[in-house]
Ligand binder design. Structure first.
Ligand code: NDP
Ligand code: MG
Length: 396
């Protein structure tokens, strides 16, 4: 019998983290949890540690670590608690670990995910922001360590499933003409433009098809999520931005498509449940049960498609511009968006101001070449500074 794979789940307390643990728990013979990490939801992390018995847990600071360690001991758990970014990098790169689910949200996930890449782990990549920020460097590190990189984002997992096995030879070499990246259009697809001034964080987070964390839910409402995914697709599949077309498909049943030169278009379909791409990547190249119900095409009955409206979704245009500019632009786009989305969730800005902030940051700072990680973080810091300046200047 083969040994169970040891899995580290970075961002275990989040939406993707919990779905990952749900799939893992269905296959105790195949997978064991090596480490779980949390940030603010530490009572949830304690319960997850008791249930999944990891060797390690990671929390952001020392006082929280002491409390969690005491609570774990009181619950009879042998889990050891580590602290901060160093702890995250340690459990991502530990020699015993086979695969790392990278599901921390935002730029905070970059260093631990890269630590897993450099240690040659199998990477299940949900944290798209890490790849958007550091694209070229990230892919170079994957090439150097021989790490296997598997996309968890449902669209990219769909594209991966529709690509030939040797797609790394280059899209034109394997006969791919275009990647068709589907988007639901989010909760504001049909909201009158004038009403967008007044939409609340709760409305933005009420996604019609997917249940997700708050940051990616706002990104889906603004379609910045699709913009980040466009950049993500370019890195994962070595595509030019012009080879990736966004298609609004409100039912979220087709998760993306690949268009071949002979006119064949391959699609991956499924219920909108992240356990499908998670199970696909965990077991790849095999297939395992994910707990997702079979697709009922008769209940769905129809599939609709529309072109995206860039007046309604200026973030999509800004992301495409950053993808085309390259260099530091995607890291700046991402950082400005993170600041703007937090400010929106804290009710300090109105929804359309998310795009205004990002637009201003990108137009004030020239794009520079990034040859090392320090340059990526410098771009991230500068964009956050400019976005904060916007907030101060506008009295927020
Ligand atoms: P959640 O907000 O639900 O979870 C985020 C996780 O990251 C939590 O475990 C959180 O800890 C942790 N975290 C937050 N901030 C930090 C920090 N500064 N340092 C360390 N850990 C931190 O997000 P999702 O699960 O929805 O998304 C996770 C990633 O997956 C994102 O990059 C998103 O874009 C991507 N993704 C998500 C999809 C989805 O369906 N949810 C689909 C496709 C991609 P705590 O909760 O304890 O505060
Ligand atoms: Mg997605």
């Amino acid at each position: 019998m083969r040994r169970a794979q040891q899995i580290t789940v970075l961002g275990a307390t989040g939406s993707i983290g919990l779905s990952t643990l749900d799939v893992i728990a269905r296959h105790p013979d195949r997978y064991q949890v090596f480490a779980l990490t949390g940030f603010s939801r530490l009572a949830e992390l304690l319960a997850l540690c008791v249930r999944h018995t990891p060797r390690f847990a990671v929390v952001p600071e020392a006082a929280a670590a002491r409390r969690l360690q005491e609570d774990l001991q009181a619950a009879g758990s042998a889990t050891r608690v580590l602290v901060g970014e160093q702890g995250l990098c340690e459990v991502a790169a530990a020699p015993e670990v086979d695969a790392v689910m990278a599901a921390i949200v935002g730029a905070a996930g970059l260093r631990p995910t890269l630590a897993a890449v450099e240690a040659g782990k199998k990477i299940l990549l949900a944290n798209k922001e890490a790849l958007v920020m550091s694209g070229a460097l990230f892919m170079q590190a994957v090439g150097k360590s021989g790490s296997v990189l598997l996309p968890i984002d449902s669209e990219h997992n769909a594209i991966f499933q529709c690509m030939p096995a040797d797609f790394a030879r280059g899209l034109s070499q394997v006969g791919v003409r275009r990647i068709l990246l589907t988007a639901s259009g989010g909760p504001f697809r049909q909201t009158p433009l004038a009403e967008l001034e007044h939409v609340s964080p709760e409305q933005a987070c009420a996604h019609p098809n997917w249940s997700m964390g708050r940051k990616i839910s706002v990104d889906s409402a603004s379609m910045m999520n699709k913009g980040l995914e466009l950049i993500e697709a370019c890195w994962l599949f070595d595509a030019e931005p012009s080879q990736v077309e966004v298609v609004v498909h409100p039912q979220s049943v087709i998760h993306s498509l690949v268009d071949y030169v002979d006119g064949s278009v391959l699609a991956q379909l499924g219920n909108p449940d992240m356990r499908t791409p998670i199970a696909n990547a965990l077991a790849w190249p095999e297939r395992i049960d994910s707990g997702v119900a079979p697709l009922d095409l008769f209940a769905i009955a129809r599939l609709d498609f529309q072109a995206p409206d860039e007046q309604r979704f200026p973030c999509l245009r800004l992301a495409r511009q950053a993808a085309e500019a390259g260099g530091s632009a995607p890291a700046m786009l991402n950082a400005a968006n993170e600041v703007a989305v937090s400010a929106f969730l804290e009710r300090r800005i109105r929804y359309p101001e998310i795009a205004s902030i990002i637009d201003e940051v990108l137009s004030r700072e020239p794009t520079v070449v990034v040859n090392e990680l320090d340059a990526v973080f410098a771009a991230d810091v500068q964009a956050r500074f400019l976005a904060e300046q916007w907030l101060q200047r506008n009295g927020r």
